[in-house]
Design a protein around this ligand. Structure first.
Ligand code: MN
Length: 203
């Protein structure tokens, strides 16, 4: 695994592919309180590109924003709803063409309630990934080698997971249902960010 670290934006030529795995690290899980600290990208080639935000400055990322709004590039997340929301708060744009391995797993793997990234890597790939750094301080001006490694691994396996999950979804006749859910994620994230809607489908 190779890792490249940048500050505030991606170089313009890094993501020239049809699909990119993405993840974010934040100071917490509350969209309206916590901030974006790191965005990870992996094009499925074992190379992770990390964009660090040492300060809460989000107007220096034209290449990241261009990628998010480029409908020709599919963005593969695990639990896309949160990442798309966090990125929406930071940049004021909501990602287009999103895939979520957590939603895919819920639709494909109805025989289990284990849908975390760690569980998917273990069950589908036989890989044990560490989640030790998840609760570390990502707002620091310099990230530790352990944090950088953890962050890189979080986007390393998403393409492989997607491939396996898609094959199950197709076999079980649930691919269109999954696609409909993925298409809806940017709107759900937008509702989360605007706040006050709770679950719009509740009675
Ligand atoms: Mn992560």
């Amino acid at each position: 695994m190779q890792t490249y670290l940048y500050t505030y934006d991606l170089p313009s030529d890094v993501v020239d592919v049809k699909s990119v795995a993405m993840d974010t690290e934040t100071t917490g899980l509350c969209l309206h309180r916590d901030r974006l600290c790191l965005i990870q990208f992996n094009c499925g080639d074992g190379v992770s590109h990390l964009v660090h935000f040492p300060e809460p400055i989000y107007d220096r990322s034209p290449n990241v924003c261009g990628l998010l709004t480029n409908g020709h590039v599919q963005k593969i997340f695990h639990y896309a709803r949160f990442d798309v929301g966090v990125l929406g708060v930071a940049f004021g744009v909501f990602a287009k063409n999103v895939y979520c391995t957590k939603v895919a797993s819920k639709l494909a793997r109805t025989f289990t309630d284990q849908h975390s990234l760690k569980a998917l890597c273990r069950d589908l790939l036989g890989v044990d990934i560490s989640k030790n750094e998840q609760q570390s301080y990502w707002g620091a001006s310099t990230l530790t080698p352990e944090q950088l490694k953890y962050a890189s691994v979080d986007v390393l396996y998403l393409h492989e997971l997607k491939k396996i999950l898609d094959s199950i979804l197709i076999r079980e006749g649930r691919f269109d249902l999954a696609q409909g859910c993925f298409d809806f994620i940017p709107l759900v994230a937008q509702l989360d960010v605007s706040g006050g809607w709770h679950d719009i489908f509740d009675h």
